[in-house]
Design a protein around this ligand. Structure first.
Ligand code: ATP
Ligand code: MG
Length: 380
């Protein structure tokens, strides 16, 4: 009798789950996701348990369908996850590790207690505390949601008392708790992806340069000129953190790089990440396949690059609400364009897909990826 197919249960059913499903098909693994019927992964045929990551019953129903429980986002009830671990469910990464991504203030405190450089930060119970912080660290300051932020939602850059008050009003309306940090003078931003399996193997991907617009990742470049010291520092941070936290799965480390070459940790994500999409074409093993391998304790894949340069550009919904899929053919006419569309309903500002182009120089890769993205967004 054939064995039951090994199955990964994933909290979330968006584009990251959809691309994980794409990888699961190749390995003949099962993938069951938690989300809504129209979600990107479900439209592509992944199995669904309907519900939210904040619903303990839905989480239990999901876990019962897989051999291991993992995540495509961190909008989850951590207490429920802890209770499931105690009841014997295999959760990777564990609730203790996931807590770092769920609570950004906890993340800042933990990383700084481990001697990693992070922006100066403090609790921000009220505007007065923020003013006191600004007096000490200078203005502007950055207010951030402790939990629940993504794509720049939950980040307020504030230069005035008025902006601080407005941020608190916004946060209160969304039920968000805030903390404050210094605004770092950025020479650039970068990200690095690392995987660790329960048996202790580690695979680190090459460092990529990232460009955010309004807090949302828009472009990622592999092969961009970066100081060797930055590359070494980034890889050391990623690998040592993966070991220190006892990572089981995938972790993206978002980094701030300053003009003087300091490398600060901005944020950890304990899952596949937008800055890792580029590795689908630019590395031997995609982040999505790597995540499945890691959480099932299969041998990790080779994470080394297969090209000299590559660029990934996100497709973001435009003001007219039109569907980029209508312009697919125009984008595919760009040489080397790998077009990924998520099947999501087009809404302004929503991530709807991405394009990756590999080339022999970053300039050519970026030029082509931008050209294809512009065509999909209807600007080309
Ligand atoms: N302390 C800071 N100093 C300077 N710029 C910052 C700071 N914090 C955030 N930013 C800018 O805002 C962007 C988004 O911030 P952050 O990564 O914390 O938010 P996020 O919404 O959680 O993003 P993600 O979608 O990556 O999870 C950063 O990539 C950076 O460009
Ligand atoms: Mg970020």
């Amino acid at each position: 009798m054939a064995n039951r197919r090994e199955t990964v249960a994933m909290v979330g059913a968006g584009q990251l789950a959809r691309m994980s499903w794409q990888a699961a098909i190749s390995l003949d693994l099962g993938l069951v996701c938690l989300g809504a019927p129209g979600a990107a992964a479900v439209l592509a045929g992944a199995d669904l348990v309907e519900g939210s990551g904040y619903d303990p019953d839905a989480l239990r129903a999901l876990a019962a369908r897989g051999d291991v429980l993992t995540f495509e986002h961190e909008l989850v009830d951590l207490d429920a996850i802890r209770a499931m671990e105690e009841a014997g469910v295999t959760v990777r990464p564990s609730s203790t590790v996931l807590a770092l991504a769920v609570d950004k203030l906890h993340q800042r405190r933990t990383l700084s207690s481990w001697g990693l450089e992070v922006p100066a930060f403090a609790e921000a119970p009220d505007p007065g505390a923020v003013q006191a912080f600004a007096q000490q660290h200078g203005s502007p300051v950055v207010l951030k949601a402790v939990s629940g932020g993504y794509d720049g939602r939950g980040v307020w850059m504030c230069s005035s008392q008025w902006e601080i008050t407005a941020a608190f009003e916004d946060a209160a309306a969304g039920g968000l708790e805030l903390y404050v940090e210094e605004a770092v003078e950025l020479a650039g931003e970068a990200a690095i992806m690392v995987a660790r399996s329960p048996s202790g193997s580690v695979a680190v991907y090459p460092l990529v340069a990232t460009r955010q617009v309004d807090g949302m990742c828009r472009e990622v470049v592999l092969g961009a000129e970066m100081a060797v010291t930055t590359e070494v520092a980034a890889a050391e941070i990623a690998v040592s953190l993966a070991r220190r936290v006892g990572l089981e799965g995938l972790m993206a480390v978002e980094l701030f790089v300053t003009g003087s070459g300091r490398v600060l940790v901005n944020e950890l994500a304990l899952r596949a990440h937008n800055t890792g999409h580029i590795h689908t074409e630019a590395a031997v093993t995609s982040q999505f396949e790597q995540h499945l391998r890691a959480v099932l304790d299969l041998p990790l894949g080779d994470s080394s690059p297969v090209v000299l340069a590559a660029a990934m550009v996100n497709i973001v919904g435009t003001a007219d609400g039109s569907d980029p899929a209508e312009r697919r053919a125009e984008a595919l006419a760009v040489p080397g364009a790998h077009v990924h569309l998520y099947g999501k309903a087009a809404r302004p500002g929503r991530k709807l897909g991405h394009v990756t182009v590999c080339a022999d120089t970053t300039e050519r890769a970026l030029e082509r990826a931008r050209a294809a993205a512009d065509r999909l967004e209807g600007n080309g």
